[in-house]
Design a protein around this ligand. Structure first.
Ligand code: KG4
Ligand code: ZN
Length: 344
């Protein structure tokens, strides 16, 4: 079974071909980051227009690299939500129209399910069940994953997402959008212990997070400084911020493993690319004897491969494909709505 995957929920256009027997055949990606950087954040209308420009060339590229033809595709999976309404509509219209022309069914996919299952694309995938820490620009959730479509929400952020906190703090330190990866790089030059930042909700007794206070703490630090901020201050503040957020993410994830009795942890989403976060998890994994799995770096941020994979796994798990031609997206869509055993 050959599945075409289409991702267009935010500022990346991703197209991929996934074969149920051979695995991922090819994927092509275009990031709009450079285009939005000028405005300090994603401009939804520009995002939609760029998705329109990119989808067909990316499809050609992915097809050429896969060695397959359009006619070989058995179903078209695409991100139905959550995300930007206009951006989602471009991918949906493209996928539904293509499937209609090919006389093939479609599989609308939940974007977060794509992230959750993305480590299954790697050479050493986890097996079910596992705890998943989903850390992206829009979400921070801890989930118990028992199987495809079997997700239990263990905890989530009450305000900013981890990636959002990275990006907002990076902005306060004068870094361009999206600042997550740049802040992480800057932190490498910083000295530990120069600034102490709070670890919000570390002892809350549950698995929820809150990051807006951490961002405010960075703002307070910045306000205490004289302009222009020195390079040393920026690096030390970046280091303090990163250490605080990594500490909270790691310790809450360990609590989730303890609470569920599970031994495998999956770290997915854009922030999962963070080197210090990975180092901290690897370190704890060695000491506490659990296993931690990450998607390949290129599949941490948004991509079409995870959507093609999720579509394929859904079909294999007997989720019926639907006839092509219905153009509906779901910009707001809680993951628990698609879970067989979810609790809210
Ligand atoms: O999963 P993703 O591509 O998009 C969403 O679905 O939100 O995640 C993007 C987020 C951004 O906030 C970005 O700054 C953050 O992931 N990010 C990082 C790193 N790479 C990407 N944050 C910290 N360290 C990184 N290395
Ligand atoms: Zn994402």
């Amino acid at each position: 079974m050959l599945i075409l995957g289409v991702e267009s929920s935010c500022d990346e256009t991703g197209i991929a071909l996934y074969d149920s027997a051979a695995g991922l055949l090819s994927h092509a990606l275009h990031s709009q980051v450079a285009m939005h950087a000028e405005y300090g954040g994603v401009v939804p209308e520009l995002a939609s227009r760029d998705h329109i420009r990119r989808t067909v060339p990316l499809l050609r590229e992915a097809l050429a690299r896969s060695g397959r033809r359009l006619a070989d595709i058995d179903a078209v999976a695409y991100t139905r939500g959550p995300g930007l309404a206009g951006a989602l509509l471009v991918g949906c219209a493209f996928a539904e129209a293509l499937a209609l022309a090919l006389d093939k069914p479609t599989v609308p996919v939940h974007h977060l399910e794509g992230h959750l299952l993305s480590p299954l694309l790697s050479a050493t995938p986890p097996s079910f069940p596992f705890v998943a820490l989903l850390v992206s620009g829009g979400h921070t959730q801890l989930m118990r994953v028992t199987g495809v479509g079997e997700y239990e929400l263990l905890g989530e952020t009450l305000d900013d997402a981890a990636g959002e906190a990275f990006d907002k703090s990076a902005k306060l330190l004068g870094l361009p959008y999206p600042g997550g990866a740049l802040l992480s790089k800057l932190a490498e030059a910083g000295t530990a212990g120069v600034h102490e930042l709070p670890r919000p909700m570390l002892y809350s007794g549950d698995l929820n997070f809150s990051f807006s206070g951490l961002k405010t703490a960075v703002l307070t630090l910045v306000r205490e400084q004289q302009e222009p901020l020195s390079a040393a201050f920026k690096a030390d503040a970046a280091r303090a911020f990163q250490e605080a957020i990594v500490d909270v993410l790691v310790r809450k994830s360990l609590q989730a493993l303890k609470q569920t009795g599970l031994k495998q942890l999956v770290v997915a989403g854009g922030v999962g690319a963070n080197r210090q976060l990975r180092a901290a998890f690897d370190d704890e994994a060695r000491r506490k004897r659990y296993r931690v799995f990450y998607p390949e770096l290129e599949f941490c941020t948004d991509n079409g491969a995870m959507i093609a994979l999720a579509g394929c796994l859904r079909l294999q798990a007997d989720t019926p494909a639907k006839p092509a031609g219905a153009f509906a997206v779901q910009p707001r869509w809680p993951l628990m709505d698609i879970s067989a055993n979810g609790t809210k």
